[in-house]
Design a protein. Structure first.
Length: 224
C-alpha cells in the first residue's frame, strides 16, 4: 500500500477546487499486478436533516465468501458548505473516519459515488483512493457529467460514459432489466478491472453488496 497523504479540510471552496486539480494529477489509472482483492470496503455517506453533520458507513466484505466481515458507522460535524462538484469535501472526512474504524484491512474501496466521472476528474472515489493509497472504484446510481451509452437488458451489458470526447466511465447493467449503475476509475485501477470488481460484488441487487450494505446503514443512522 502506498503511503497515505493528507490535506486540510477546513478550506474555502476556491482552495478546495485547487486541491482537487492538484490531486487529480496523482490519480493512477492502471491496476497493480495480481489485483485480486479479497476484502472490499463499501463506503457511503448521508446528511441528516439539519445539515450539521455527515453520517458515514464502512462495510468490510469478503469477495470469496460473499459476506459482511465488519461494519462501522460514524458521525462527523460538517465544516464545508454544499458546492456542486466539491461534495467530497463534505463527505470524505466522515468516510475516512469510518474506514479507519474497520479492523479488517481493505484491499480495495467501492464508493457510492463517482471517480473520474466528475467535472474535474476527481470525484469521491478518486479523493479517497489518492489519500489512502488503496485501489478505489466509483459506482454511482446516477450520472453527474457525461453522455451515457445504451446498454442491453442482460446482466453484464456495458456501454461507454463519455464527456468532452473522453471515456470517463462505463454504464453497467448489474441485473437483468434493472437500471444500470455508472462505474468509473477512482485510483490504482483500470476501468476494466473496476467493472469486474463491481460485477463480482453485485450478487443479487442493483448495487454491489458492500455499497448496498453501507447505503442501508447510513439511511438507518440518518433517521436516528
Amino acid at each position: 500500500m502506498r503511503t497515505p497523504i493528507s490535506h486540510p479540510w477546513d478550506v474555502s471552496p476556491r482552495r478546495a477546487g485547487a486541491i482537487q486539480r492538484e490531486l487529480a494529477g496523482r490519480v493512477e489509472r492502471e491496476t497493480p499486478a495480481r489485483f485480486q482483492p479479497a476484502v472490499v470496503a463499501g463506503l457511503d455517506a448521508a446528511f441528516p436533516t439539519g445539515g450539521k453533520e455527515c453520517v458515514a458507513a464502512a462495510v468490510a466484505w469478503s469477495v470469496r465468501e460473499r459476506r459482511v466481515l465488519e461494519e462501522r458507522v460514524v458521525r462527523r460535524p460538517l465544516t464545508f458548505p454544499y458546492v456542486p462538484g466539491l461534495l467530497s469535501f463534505r463527505e470524505a472526512p466522515a468516510v475516512l473516519a469510518a474506514l479507519a474504524e474497520l479492523e479488517t484491512p481493505a484491499d480495495a474501496l467501492l464508493c457510492d459515488g463517482h471517480g473520474l466521472a466528475h467535472p474535474r476528474r476527481f470525484g469521491l472515489a478518486c479523493h479517497l483512493g489518492v489519500l489512502t493509497g488503496i485501489p478505489a472504484v466509483g459506482c454511482a446510481k446516477s450520472v453527474l457529467v457525461g453522455e451515457p451509452g445504451q446498454v442491453a437488458d442482460s446482466r453484464g451489458s456495458q456501454g461507454p460514459l463519455e464527456h468532452r470526447g473522453e471515456r470517463i466511465g462505463t454504464v453497467l447493467r448489474t441485473r437483468d432489466r434493472v437500471r444500470p449503475v455508472f462505474v468509473s476509475i477512482g485510483h490504482r485501477v483500470d476501468l476494466e478491472s473496476a467493472v469486474g470488481l463491481v460485477l463480482a460484488c453485485a450478487i443479487g441487487f442493483r448495487l454491489p453488496e458492500p455499497i448496498r450494505r453501507a447505503d442501508r446503514l447510513v439511511s438507518e443512522a440518518r433517521e436516528l
